[in-house]
Design a protein around this ligand. Structure first.
Ligand code: SIN
Length: 510
């Protein structure tokens, strides 16, 4: 593995100093920035624009105990059960206990969670929740509305600067291995030195052919942290959401259909029209995500189709268009009336349980380097994340990071003198390599895996990485492809090591 991707002498790069650099402007990044002491100068680097994060796509909501008939004990139990026995219980407890406080904080920032006619929170059940506890905004526009309020709040913080269109190239470490800054790329390289760096770059979506993630999600933060020496954890655990809208003719998935649709009574039907979750799991259509995604995959395979159907025709147009305005509109654009038509759906990559290993304060194994949100692996999701626990994790562990950074007395690390190797040859044809990576991952490291397929993907990725090791990566796109090949290889290596099926990691040869 290359230690650094940049290829320019250090002394030729401009340098700006901050106390804290946060990479990623989704919920974890902005929420961390918002809670830093105002005496700490902070830059938030965003790969594209602030609006183009994964958080703004989140439909379902935020899970938290706000109903009188619910208890944190039950939320914890559901989280651990969905996680297939390997979640970090103490951190999961911290997350569910702190959840209601974070909801209060969002409310105080003006986040408009939906209420019922009696003025109480409107909550929904999603897969594997035994109680109604998923809060949402604007029906199915939860992420967008939370981000709107956070952007306003962060804009009022004099110590926080948002830098858009900055690609994270590398995390810099000093002679003693402590992180001391990042190299970013806009039109050229630039060094941002800091006392603390927080990686909030999201997961790995684009590594797969079908994903609900933004196009910009290529595992850059995870790969850069690993190059800096950070330990990665649970890389084999990739979550597939059971229901994305499938354009049956093109075979392309179009948009997410929230699990909340099943929470409001939707059921899955196979291509012959039969409901199939009955008898497969006690929670039927609201079984944990890994179980439902796998059952759909098997039904599709049996029928030789690229989709099954989601049926919510028991609900009226009035209800559906109000409760799920975005999904309703999106379906209509595809010619599907939710109140009368079956919706063609298929499972797609959606979330990454693995990532940069962190402790309760978001600290990684590299001093001064933190991670939060999907890029981090706190272990709270184990082998399968409970629905709507991801925004909750961003809130709780974003707060934990900020709290720790605010109280740390760490002094600034001296920047290293680095002379990267210049022995590289011509740039790469990124498009064809990217396609190859996505096909290998989708076909061999997807919902169902086995030794033979994983080995095949591994050898393909090894070939790609070997070639990229000596290439001139120079710009953002080739670097993205390098990061994709790297995280893909890490996923496959971890999947090969875990011989037993566990949660979202399912092997048909175990
Ligand atoms: C959904 O609305 O189904 C997605 C929410 C999540 O990923 O937890």
């Amino acid at each position: 593995m290359r230690r650094y991707l940049f290829q320019k002498d250090f002394q030729d790069m401009p340098m700006v100093q901050y106390d804290v650099v946060i990479v990623g402007g989704g919920l974890a990044g902005l929420y961390t920035a918002l809670q830093l002491n105002e005496g700490l100068s902070c830059a938030v680097l965003v790969k594209d624009r602030l609006n183009t994060c994964n958080t703004s796509l989140a439909q379902g909501g935020v899970a938290a105990v706000v109903e009188p008939e619910d208890e944190t004990r039950l939320h914890l139990e559901d989280t651990l059960k969905a996680a297939a026995g390997i979640a970090d219980k103490e951190l999961a407890r911290l997350m569910v206990e702190q959840g209601p406080k974070e909801i209060d904080r969002l409310v105080s920032l003006g986040v408009p969670f939906d209420k019922n006619p009696e003025g109480k929170w409107h909550t929904t059940k999603e897969g594997a929740h035994t109680r109604k506890r998923v809060l949402h905004c604007g029906g199915d526009a939860t992420g967008r509305l939370i981000m709107d309020r956070l952007k306003t709040a962060v804009a009022e913080k004099p110590n926080v600067e948002i830098l858009e269109n900055r690609f994270l190239v590398d995390v810099l470490t000093g002679e003693n291995g402590r992180a001391c800054g990042v190299v970013a790329f806009e039109n050229d390289y630039c060094i941002l030195s800091a006392k603390a760096m927080v990686i909030c770059t999201g997961g790995i979506g684009r590594v797969y052919r079908h994903t609900t993630n933004r196009h910009s999600i290529t595992g850059d933060g995870i790969a850069a942290a690993a190059r800096a020496g950070a330990t990665l954890k649970h890389m084999e655990f990739v979550q597939f959401h059971p229901t994305a809208f499938m354009d049956t003719e093109s075979g392309k998935t179009r948009f997410l259909i929230s699990e909340a649709v099943r929470g409001e009574g939707g059921i899955l039907r196979n291509p012959s029209g039969n409901p199939f979750m009955e008898g497969r799991h006690e929670l039927k259509d609201l079984a944990p995500r890994d179980v439902v995604a796998r059952e759909i995959f098997l039904e599709m395979k049996k029928a030789g189709t690229n989709h099954v159907f989601l049926d919510i025709t028991t609900r009226s147009k009035n209800f559906l268009s109000k409760r799920f305005p975005t999904i309703y509109r999106n379906c209509l654009e595809q010619g599907v009336h939710m109140e009368q038509d079956l919706i063609p759906v298929a499972p797609v990559q959606h979330y990454f349980m693995g990532g940069i290993e962190t402790n309760r304060y978001g600290q990684t194994s590299v001093e001064n380097l933190y991670a939060a949100g999907e890029a981090a692996c706190t272990g709270v999701h184990g082998a399968n994340r409970l629905a709507s626990n991801s925004l909750l994790e961003c809130l709780v562990f974003g707060s934990q990071c900020a709290r720790h950074i605010n109280t740390e007395k760490s002094s600034k690390e001296v920047l290293p003198g680095i002379s990267p190797s210049h022995k590289t040859i011509s740039p790469v044809d990124t498009e064809s390599i990217e396609k190859k990576i996505r096909n290998l991952m989708q076909d061999y490291a997807g919902i169902v895996r086995n030794e033979k397929g994983l080995q095949r993907a591994l050898s393909g990725l090894h070939g790609i990485l070997k070639d990229l090791e000596v290439r001139d990566l120079r710009h953002g796109q080739p670097m993205e492809v390098y990061n994709m090949a790297f995280v893909g290889k890490e996923i496959i290596n971890a999947a090969l090591k875990r011989k037993q099926s566990t949660g979202a990691h399912y092997r048909d040869d175990s």
